[in-house]
Design a protein around this ligand. Structure first.
Ligand SMILES: [Zn+2]
Length: 343
């Protein structure tokens, strides 16, 4: 049996549970593709899964965002060839339910994510269904390409499909240095919106402004909801991009304009935010939940990537065997952009 190197965990816990080991290369069925991983980007999801979120059978391999080269194709796959560069779409769904067949595969009752429900890309090889193979964006390195699928898909559904962003909107993007923050700033710019970003230090604030934020607020030093009111002359923002949760939630509600929208895709600081309902009904705020997006949406995003309008930001590349160090860095929120593993 052929083996590969991978970062495997046998029990939940802190980054020290991540072990560099040899495991069997996954066997292919007729409609699957085996990809030699060239780069795999980290997401906050990796921390949650490692700590015990959801139903994960062990041993398990993390990693949702993968770029690589086709190593082998299932017997029924005639349109792909060994050696082709590809990007992997991370959403895994059944392909035959009502949600899947109406292009809303991220609402499939059997939906899961590469590296959560099935073995992911912290490995030399990863196996995925044919429908998860995306064309490769020619203008990106493998490291840059791996930063794209999960974060840009998530941010795109939040801003474009859920909140219906439009030119001239004021958009507040929390935690500008995170993967979602970077993608949200770029997408808001693409749609001609005006961005206010928050971050925790001067370097990150400068990077957020270079990326396209018109204003940047240090949320550790200042009450960002008050700053937002000052910047918008008391009006508040049209749209708040929330993904930090407990620590920021009350201020996010205060930052939205009357009739504004808060869209949330995560809660990295805790999932129990305090909500003053009077603000929600009296100021008629919309609160929208969002996770991932449909596989088809990634084709649209890839066109903007290839046109150079959206560009993933790599903070640091680690050798695969240093996955635990990469997790530690992400937990300290030190990065601006994505952390990437390379086998
Ligand atoms: Zn389905």
């Amino acid at each position: 049996m052929k083996t590969m190197k991978a970062i495997v965990f046998h029990g939940f816990g802190d980054p020290s549970v991540l072990k560099y080991e040899s495991v069997e290369v996954p066997m292919l069925s007729s409609h699957e593709v085996l990809v030699r991983v060239r780069a795999c980007a980290l997401n906050h999801l990796d921390i949650w899964v490692r700590e015990g979120l959801g139903d994960v059978s062990k041993p398990h391999i993390l990693g949702s965002d993968v770029s690589g080269v086709i190593e082998a194709v299932g017997s029924e796959m005639k349109d792909l060839e060994k050696g082709q560069s590809v990007l992997i779409s991370p959403g895994i769904s059944c392909g035959y339910c009502e949600a899947c067949l109406t292009g809303r595969d991220h609402l499939c009752p059997r939906y899961t994510i590469l590296g959560k429900g099935i073995w992911g890309g912290y490995a030399e090889f990863v196996k995925v269904p044919r429908q998860n193979i995306l064309p490769y964006p020619q203008n990106l390195s493998f490291e840059e390409a791996a930063c794209m699928p999960l974060t840009y898909l998530t941010a795109w559904q939040m801003l474009v499909q859920k909140a219906k962003i439009k030119p001239g909107d004021w958009v507040l993007v929390l935690a500008a240095g995170s993967g979602i923050g970077v993608a949200a700033i770029q997408i808001a710019n693409l749609f001609g919106a005006r961005v206010i970003a928050t971050a925790s230090n001067k370097t990150k604030l400068q990077k957020a402004q270079r990326l396209g934020a018109e204003f940047a607020i240090n949320y550790l030093e200042k009450d960002f909801s008050k700053e937002v009111k000052d910047i918008t002359k008391g009006r508040g923002v049209d749209l708040v991009v929330e993904h930090t949760g407990a620590q920021t939630w009350e201020k996010s509600i205060l930052s939205a304009k009357w009739g504004g929208t808060i869209v949330t895709c995560g809660a990295t600081s805790g999932s129990e935010g305090k909500t003053n309902l009077a603000h929600v009904y009296f100021r008629q705020i919309q609160i929208l939940g969002s996770t991932m997006g449909s596989k088809g949406t990634l084709f649209e995003i890839l066109r903007h990537i290839e046109a150079g309008k959206l560009k993933p930001v790599v903070d640091k590349v680690f050798p695969l065997k240093e996955a635990a160090q990469a997790h530690q860095k992400m937990m300290l929120r030190e990065q601006f952009g994505k952390l990437v593993l390379v086998p």
